[in-house]
Structures are given as structure tokens and as C-alpha cells.
Design a protein around this ligand. Sequence first.
Ligand code: SAM
Length: 421
Amino acid sequence: MAETTGEAAKGGPYFHKERIKCSPEEEAKLERQHFWRIIDAFRFYRVHVEEQVKRAERQFLSLPKRHQNMLPNVMSNLARISKCADHNQEVLQAIIHNSLHMFENIEYGEREDPRKARPSTTFDMDKLKSTIKQFVRDWSDVGRAERDSCYQPIIQEIQRLFPNDQYDVSKVSVLVPGAGLGRLAWEIARLGYTCQGNEWSFFMLFSSNFVLNRCENLNSLTLYPWIHQFSNNKKSTDQTRPITFPDINPQSLPLTSDFSMVAGDFVEVYSDPESWDCVATCFFIDTAHNVIEYVETIWKILKPGGVWINLGPLLYHFENMANELSVELSYEDIRTAIVNFGFQFEMEKESVQTTYTENNHSMLRYVYDCVFFVARKPADLYFNGQEEEDEEEDEEEDDDQLQSFPSAAKSPRREGTDSLT
Ligand SMILES: C[S@@+](CC[C@H](N)C(=O)[O-])C[C@H]1O[C@@H](n2cnc3c(N)ncnc32)[C@H](O)[C@@H]1O
């Protein structure tokens, strides 16, 4: 473990944790362990749901017989949930079957004993259930309304800012950090823009790899995303209703399109300055330990004149997580920082109502009142003296500044809590 430098020491224990540096071997080992932990979570799903079903059965059977007799459908519904979980497990198996060698440049070795059953944590099971719901949002007919409210505003802004009658859109590069299952990035690529999605979580990466590369036939696959929700069901059958995917053939992109997905932490992967015409973030910036680090990265990687389009809430993923750095800033404060970096707001709406993986039959439904903005990195940055002035100031200050951009220390993978999103 690296020693805390004087500068880091000032930042306190969280700062220290963020900057822990492992040897490359140790890092590779941690990465391998994480990879297999997530594979194990996919494999353990069925057992986990079965435990929930068994518990529900036990609870029901502990009721007085006369009460049970008044509820003739409960046991059969639980049996149905069990069958749905079997089916979900088959899809999850197909996902991991296609994930073991999915990365072009990295292999994760073999399991010492692949038969060994490894129970997963509730935390990982919650992540997996969220991933299953993400299929609804991104790749099902049911998710269309949600996509229209979250992705369409971003897509329309891209088309307004880079219209195809004024630009060779294949030369306009768009980056979508925190791409989830990839639908937004895919839609942008479908319009002819060069688009790259970036995603960090193996849950999402395995699943997006599956849907983007292995699913061609429309609505050929079924998932039961709501079986884990035992509360707020109006009808018992609401819990076991299916969704099908994909609603569109993910491989139907025009041959000329340029679409890619890159795995890794946004801040670590994207360090080349002035590389992108547009960065589009949707429900992403609140995944940061330090959201200002995201703003700084976006500022750095945008070309002069490039735009950042953002839509989403501020449900900080690391809030209340022990030993995790989490700075929960208001939008007002983030906005101040965005302006201080030099961005110019060109469009801003502070109340765009959207949902996130909504169960539209549920008796409890969340609505996010999102901010939506377009902020531009000025094109004349190098001509109005601003950058040069900044550089002069930087020389006098410490190295943790805008211009120097020390690349973030590689840190072991950690998942944030995104139980709602
Ligand atoms: C709330 S989800 C939004 C997904 C997608 N943009 C959407 O709107 O459906 C946030 C995504 O960001 C990913 N993520 C979190 N931290 C990340 C990081 N440092 N680099 C890349 N992706 C990250 C999460 O794994 C998750 O898939």
C-alpha cells in the first residue's frame, strides 16, 4: 500500500483510501476476484429467490388454518414465482455463459472449483435484481415511455447541436459514461454519430454484452423482473407478469455505424484531453464519490467547443456507505463548480420528470424531478487568454488542479448502492 503523501494526509482518511495504490499484480488479483464474485452472484440468484419464496410459504403456513382457507391463491402464486425465478436463472446463465471471454484484452482465468456453490451477499443480489429491471428500461416495449422521457431529450439535443445537414455526423464523437445496458449509446450510434458507451459494473457489462451481441430476434427472450417485489402489488399476477426483449434487433445498426462499449471507471479510462465533441450523461453524475472529479474529467476530455449534455437526479450512490468517500452536493453547488471550470450553460431545465426502471403496476412509484442541461466548453478557450492565465496560476499552486489532471489512482472495484436507480 502506498504511503500517504503530505498532500493526501490533508485530505483525511477517505482521501487516503481513494488514493490507495496496489501493485499491478495485486490489482489484477482484486479484479479477478471481483469478476468471479459477480459471476457467482449470477449463479446464486435462483437459490436466493427460492429462499425468499420458502420464507413466504413458511409465513403463510404459520397462519391459522381458517385464515389460510380464505386465501386459496397464495400458495399457487408462490409456486408461480418459483417457476419465474427458474426462468430468470436460465437467462442469467446465458448471460454469464457469454461473459467468460467477453473482453478483447483481458482474461480472468478459470475457477479453481467451478462446482463450489458460493453464496452471494444481499448487496450483490440487489444489484442483480436492479440489472434485471434495467432490461425493462433499455430493451423492452414496456420501457418505451421511460426511454422517451430520459433518452429522447438527450438525443434531441444532440440532433439540434449537431444536425446532419450541417455536420458529417459520423465524425461527431459522443461519449456516454455510465451507459448501463447501452440503449442510449446505441440509439445515438443508430443516428450515425460515432458513439462509445462506458460502463464500470460487471453486472451491466455482462448483460449489455449479451443483449448487444447475442440477441437478434425480436422479443425472443422473457424475464420476470417484478417477482422480487412482494409489497405494493394490486394483483398477485402483477408480480409474475413477464416482459420480453429485445424490442429492437440490437444488431440492426447500419453497417457504417461506429458504436463501441468500453469497460472501466470513467475517470480512469478517459484521460486523453480534448477528444470528444459531446459527453452525454444520463442518471450518471450521482454515481461519483466526488462529482467534481467527473465535472473535471468531462471538462478535460471535451474538445474546445464541445458540449456536455446531462439529465438526471442526485441520488448519491455512495451516501451512507461506510468507509466510502461521498460528497453529496446540491445541484446549486455543482452548477457553481461547472461555471467555475469555464463551462457556459446553453440550456437548463430544473424540472424534468422521469422514472427509473419503473414497475408501472406497483402501488408505489417514484418520480425523479431531474435537472437537464447543455453546458459548452468554449471554443475560444485558447484565444481569450483564459487557459494561459490558468496555467500561470497553476504553477504557483499544488498539483491537484485543473490543468495537471493527475490520473486517478486505480482503486479496487466497489459497487455503489443504487437500490432505486
Ligand atoms: C443509474 S445507472 C444509469 C444507467 C444508464 N445511463 C441509464 O440511464 O439507464 C448508473 C450507471 O453508471 C455506472 N457507473 C457507476 N460508476 C461508474 C464509473 N465510475 N464509470 C463508469 N460507469 C459507472 C453504473 O454501473 C450504472 O450502470
